[in-house]
Design a protein around this ligand. Structure first.
Ligand code: TYM
Length: 337
């Protein structure tokens, strides 16, 4: 049955410890919904994490922590394939072929690379950081994904994936599905609480600007209450004039499963304080069971590891077939296996 369904694939880095509200509302929440309707593959992208220096023990712990959080949000290994990227060696193997299909100039235009490399300086920028988007291309194409559920900041990488898939298909014959981005307009970009003109991000926001899902609810409440709001006092969804209030409205509406218009209506005539107090409560009610479930998964690392091993096996059976086709198409001589 799963084979009749369109396929989705996505990934998240294990580098940040706790996921933040941008990761959840921008991407992971959609992953949970899509496992009901799609043949879904989701992974913790530990190879991508190596593009910046990592403490080995921390990386290992954060990879389990990321998987535990994904399960705690509602991903169900019976309904989706959940795995760790490095457990499926085909990712690194296809990535090489894709690197050889990508222009140097084309890779140089990736804005995330330009941002990160300018932040870290040329000497601390690895070649891996440069080729990072091409590994992502391989991630997606290996599974013949129809759609890729992500936040807005990943759009350029999906565009690159489409270009390379079309180039490969054009040169060697139909091989890869050309994927579409799956980006929900409302939650494509969740903003920093302290600077609502930039996205909420572990690498660039101050801790006060981020709602960490595993934070103590009191700490999150404090951050929400000191979120930068806008001049005036009217609660209105207006991302241009009122980016701070609009961001809070988006988070509240999405977490409570109502439209922004409904939330706007509910707070008509009320002050910013009421909105912040209610949002803090909603976040805390959501986060408490999420943290508890994450802890339960972490407390049983054997079960967690065996779920991930099963996921990797399922993923590998798909990935190996695609890799074999791609190797054959480009003219690599088959070896004995
Ligand atoms: P990563 O780990 O930075 O983020 C995981 C997901 O969270 C989304 N996101 C946001 N969405 C809305 N508002 C925000 N403030 C916000 N911050 C983060 C991201 O868009 C992403 O969907 N390169 C990817 C991981 C990756 C991948 C893949 C994704 C590797 N291979 C293949 C899709 C398909 C990344 O670093 O995401």
């Amino acid at each position: 049955m799963a084979n009749d369904r369109p396929r989705v694939l996505s990934g998240i880095q294990p580098t940040s410890g706790s996921f933040h509200m941008g990761n959840y509302l921008g991407a992971v929440r959609q992953w949970v919904a899509l496992q009901e309707t799609h043949d879904a593959f989701y992974m913790v992208v530990d190879l991508h994490a190596l593009t910046l220096p990592q403490d080995p023990r921390e990386l290992r712990a954060n990879t389990r922590l990321a998987a535990a959080q994904l399960l705690a949000t509602g991903l169900d290994p019976e309904r989706c394939t959940l795995f760790v990227q490095s457990h499926v060696p085909e990712h690194a193997q296809l990535s090489w072929v894709m690197e050889c299909m990508t222009g140097f100039g084309e890779a140089s235009r990736m804005t995330q690379f330009k941002d990160k490399s300018s932040r870290h300086g040329a000497d601390r920028t690895s070649v891996g950081l440069f080729t990072y988007p091409i590994l992502q291309v391989a991630d997606i194409l290996l599974y013949q994904a129809d759609q890729v559920p992500v936040g807005e900041d990943q759009r350029q990488h999906i565009e690159l994936t489409r270009n390379i898939a079309e180039r490969f298909n054009g040169r060697y014959g139909e091989t890869f599905t050309v994927p579409e981005p799956y980006i929900l307009r409302e939650t494509a970009k969740i903003f920093d609480l302290q600077d609502p003109t930039v996205k909420m991000s572990k690498s660039s926001s101050s801790p006060k600007g981020i709602i960490d899902l595993l934070d103590d609810p009191k700490a999150s409440a404090k951050k929400i209450k000191s979120a930068v709001t806008d001049t005036g006092s009217e609660i209105r969804f207006d991302p241009e004039q009122k980016p701070g209030v609009s961001n809070l409205l988006t988070i509240l509406a999405t977490l409570t499963d109502v439209t922004v218009a409904e939330v706007e209506q509910k707070y008509a005539g009320k002050g910013y304080g009421a909105l912040k107090t209610d949002l803090a409560e909603v976040v805390s009610e959501w986060a408490a069971p999420f943290s508890a479930r994450t802890r339960e998964y972490l407390d049983d690392p054997e079960t967690l590891d065996s779920l991930l091993a099963e996921g990797a096996e399922k993923a590998r059976s798909v990935a190996a077939e695609t890799l074999a086709q791609a190797y054959d198409k480009v003219g690599l001589l088959p070896g004995k296996h």
